[in-house]
Design a protein around this ligand. Structure first.
Ligand code: FES
Length: 111
């Protein structure tokens, strides 16, 4: 999270419903969110590529990265950074586990 924006956690998915390296796309409070699990590591990023706003949900998730299905840009899930490409980073959302649910911190206001 950057700047002065505030964020609130929202319940997103049951931890046990997340499958390793199979991304889950959700709309929460109008935000397109992609949740990715790899073992105990759960990340959430915006479900829109920064190149041409393709949905990332059908992209491959491997070793902490998601690959855009449209033109192949690779983004690091932890930082959102585009690896080996010129594109802006993905927006990354903080996650936490609460009572076996994944909660995602989303900025107040509209996307
Ligand atoms: S839209 Fe994702 S790499 Fe072009």
């Amino acid at each position: 999270m950057t700047g002065n924006s505030t964020a609130r956690f929202h319940r997103a998915a049951a931890v046990n419903d997340l499958v390793d390296d199979i991304p889950l796309a959700l709309a929460i409070e109008g935000w397109p969110v992609l949740i990715c699990r790899s073992g105990n590591e759960i990340r959430a990023v915006i479900n829109r590529c920064t190149h041409a706003i393709a949905e990332l949900a059908s992209g491959r998730v491997r070793r902490g990265h998601v690959i855009c299905p449209l033109h192949g840009a690779r983004f690091e899930l932890a930082s959102g950074k585009c690896i080996g490409g010129p594109y802006l980073p993905l927006q990354v959302f903080e996650t936490r586990i609460a009572a076996d649910w994944v909660e995602v911190a989303l900025p107040d206001g509209k996307p």
